[in-house]
Design a protein around this ligand. Sequence first.
Ligand code: NZQ
Ligand code: ZN
Length: 377
Amino acid sequence: MNYTYFNPTAIEFGSGKISSIVNYIDKKLKVLVVYGGGSIKKNGVYDQVKTALEGYTWLEFSGVEPNPSLETLNKAVKIIKDEKIDFVLAVGGGSVIDGSKYLVAAALYDGDGWDFLDGSKQVQKALPLGAILTLPATGSESNATAVISKKSTNEKRYFGSPLVYPKFAVLDPSVMITLDDRQLANGLVDAFVHTCEQYLTYPNSSLLHDGYSQTILKGLHNLSLNWENRRTALWQENLMLLANQALNGFIGSGVPQDWATHMIGHEITAFYGLDHAQSLAVVQPYLLRVMIEDKKEKLLQMGKEVFNMPQNYEIVIEAIEFMYQSIGVPTKLSAYKTDNKVIQNITKALETHGMTALGEKGNITLDKVAKILEMSI
Ligand code: NZQ
Ligand code: ZN
C-alpha cells in the first residue's frame, strides 16, 4: 500500500460540546454564522451558539438550502468581503457545511467561485472554518469536499481542497432530536453508500481498511434493524459516529474507490430534486447488478462479514435493497417524479462533466449508466 492520510479537523463529540467552540475561535476574529432554513432555532442549537459567541463580533447568514446553490452562496460571499469577516462558522447539515466550504474559498478569490467547481481553478487560500453538525450523513464536518449546485444550469458538482477542512467539528448527538424520519433514513443510507464506494470494489491487501469498513457497514445495518429505536439517544449517537467515520478519509486511503453511484446520483438530484440519499438508493442496487462480475469477490466478502449470508453474492444486493426499503427509502427511480428524458438528461450531463469512465476500473461507461437507469425506472 502507498498513501498519505491527513485529517486536521478536531472532533468535539458529545452532549453540551457546542460551548467548546470558544477554544478554537480567537475573540479578535469577526465571525459569520451560516445556517439553513431555521431548524437550528427549533432545537436550541441557535441559542447555544449565541451564548457561546457572547463577547465576539458576529453576523449571521441564513437560508442555505438543501443542495446549496451558488446563487444563494454568492450573496454570503459579498457579505464576507464587505464586512471583512475572518472566520466562518457553519451550523447545520452537509448542505450548510459544504456551502460554507465554498464561502471560505470564494471569499479570498477574485474570480467566479464556480471555477473551483468546474475544475478550472484550485483553491489557493481560504478563511478558517468551523462546523457544528446537526445532521449526520455526509461526513462533510471533517472532510475536504463540498458539493454545490448551480440552479441556472441544473448542475451539481464538487470540489475538494485541504484548505477547506474545518478546524473543528462539534458532533453533539442531542441536536438530532428534531430530525424527522426522512432525514434519519437519508443519513443512514448516505453513510452506508459512502462506505460501499470505498469498499465494494475489488480485493485489496489491507486487513485494517476492510475490517474498519465492515465495522461501519455492520453498525449501520444494525441501526436499520433497530429502526424502531431511532428516537433513542443511543441510536442517534451511533449514527453520528458511524456517518462521520464513513467519510472521514481513512477507509478510502490507499484502496480502490468507486464513487459512480454518487456521480450518477448528483446528476439525478440536479435535474429532478431527489434528496442526495434518495438518489443513491435508486442507483446503487442496479449499478451493483450491472457491474457484478467486477464486484463479486467483495460482494461475497460483504455478505459473509456484514449480512451473515456467506453463500451467494447476488443475494447481498437484495439485502442492501431490503435494508433501504425497510427504513422507507425507495430503491426505484419510478418512485419519484421524473420525465421521459431522464436517461438522456443524466448521460448527457455526465458526458458534459467528463464522467464517461466511472468506477474503480473506469469501465462504467455511459451505455452502462443508461442500463442502470433503465433498470431503475
Ligand atoms: O436548513 P435547515 O432548516 O437546517 O433544515 C435541514 C434541511 O432541510 C434539515 N436539518 C438539518 N439538521 C436538522 C434538520 N432538521 C431538523 N433537525 C436538525 N437537527 O435537514 C434538511 C436537509 O439538510 P442537508 O444539509 O441538505 O442534508 P445532508 O446533511 O444530507 O446534506 C446533503 C448535501 O451534502 C452533499 C449532498 O450532495 C447534498 O448537497 N454531500 C456532501 C458530501 C461531502 N461534503 O463530503 C458527500 C456526500 O456524498 C454528499 O454529496
Ligand atoms: Zn453521499
